[in-house]
Design a protein around this ligand. Structure first.
Ligand code: PHE
Length: 339
């Protein structure tokens, strides 16, 4: 019996394993219930009494030896990732910082989502445009000041190639290729030859909206914009429309929302008026529909356009438009939780 114990001890001593699975196989083979060590224990009752003391001790020693051996084999795998300096290479690396969405993207996506709930789809158009889509088709008379070099960036001095000054050009592109009903919004970047200051930039973003169908009325426009304002600035928000002028809408209006900062009581953001101007709008001028081969006797429509920067500034209390374009990480990371 002692001889067999010794043989098994030697066998266990020389056992090797090249994976955790193999260690487990050794565990099963030697120290599980049906393993070789326990089989010897089972035979202990047949050992003559005078040998029991020595055999019992040898058996217990064997069991402890097997346990230690298997544990040390297992440990060798679990610390395999440690290098010579003791650094555990298997530990997870530094978590990578997630980027954050730009505040302009956040606001743009929110606007898209609000109008999406009203059935508006999204379309885009080119930033480099021609006179027809930015001005002529939109009923700008030839001498209109917005066509001036002072406002518009022309390319290579060719007055027919220019950077769009508003997203209304996309209205034309969509109406040229689609017959009503049309219900879409057009987010995009626009360019104006303006001095850069805290309040204005030569590059900014707009979202345009267009709805053309039979019997579209000014009441539809007003209700759509009221819904939009409440969704964006809160249920208590009120709107007011002031008469205005755009060549491509008639009648035209500018829309104010009640100041969400002071609730309409008056503060420095709304310049103590209680109101904030956020967009221009109106009924699509019949001349514009006709430019796009849409029957203005049969169809009417409304359009609106707003600046994304302006809305983001109001939304987040940002005082200087230049922050949006400087990519200062200290500014951008404040919008982490807004995702
Ligand atoms: N295009 C106008 C602007 O840039 C906004 C506007 C769009 C007004 C649609 C009326 C209708 O200021």
């Amino acid at each position: 019996m002692l001889k067999r114990i010794n043989e098994l001890k030697q066998e266990i001593e020389t056992a090797t394993a090249s994976s955790v699975d193999e260690v487990d196989a050794l565990r099963i083979r030697y120290i599980s219930k049906k393993g070789s060590v326990n089989q010897l224990f089972a035979e202990f009752k047949n050992v003559p009494n005078e040998e029991k003391k020595a055999v019992g001790k040898a058996l217990n020693d064997l069991k402890n030896f097997a346990l230690e051996k298997i544990n040390s084999l297992r440990d060798s795998f679990e610390s395999k990732g440690t290098d010579a300096t003791g650094t555990d290479l298997t530990r997870p690396g530094e978590p990578l910082k997630l980027g954050t969405r730009h505040p302009l993207s956040l606001v743009k996506n929110e606007i898209i989502s609000i109008f999406g709930r009203l059935g508006f789809t999204v379309a885009e158009g080119p930033e480099i445009e021609d006179d027809w889509h930015v001005f002529s088709a939109l009923n700008f008379p030839p001498e209109h000041p917005a066509r001036d070099m002072q406002d518009t960036f022309f390319i290579e001095k060719d007055p027919d190639v220019l950077l769009r000054t508003h997203t209304s050009s996309v209205q034309i592109r969509v109406m040229e290729r689609t017959q009503p009903p049309i219900r879409a919004i057009f987010p995009g970047r626009v360019f104006r030859n303006e001095a850069i200051s805290a309040r204005s930039h030569c590059i900014f973003h707009q979202v345009e909206g267009l709805y053309v169908d039979e019997n579209v009325s000014f009441a539809d426009l007003k209700q759509t914009l009221l819904y939009f304002a409440k969704e964006l600035f809160g249920e208590d928000t009120q709107i007011r429309l002031r008469p205005s002028y755009f060549p491509f809408t008639e009648p035209s209006a500018e829309m104010d929302v009640s100041c969400s900062i002071c609730g309409g009581k008056g503060c420095n953001v709304c310049k103590y008026t209680g109101w904030l101007e956020i967009l221009g709008c109106g009924m699509v001028d019949p001349n514009v529909l006709e430019s796009c081969n849409i029957d203005s006797q049969k169809y009417t429509g409304f359009a609106f356009g707003m600046g994304i920067e302006r809305i983001a500034m109001l939304r987040y209390g940002i005082k200087d438009i230049r922050h949006f374009f400087e990519n200062d990480i200290r500014f951008l990371k404040q919008f982490e939780s807004a995702i």
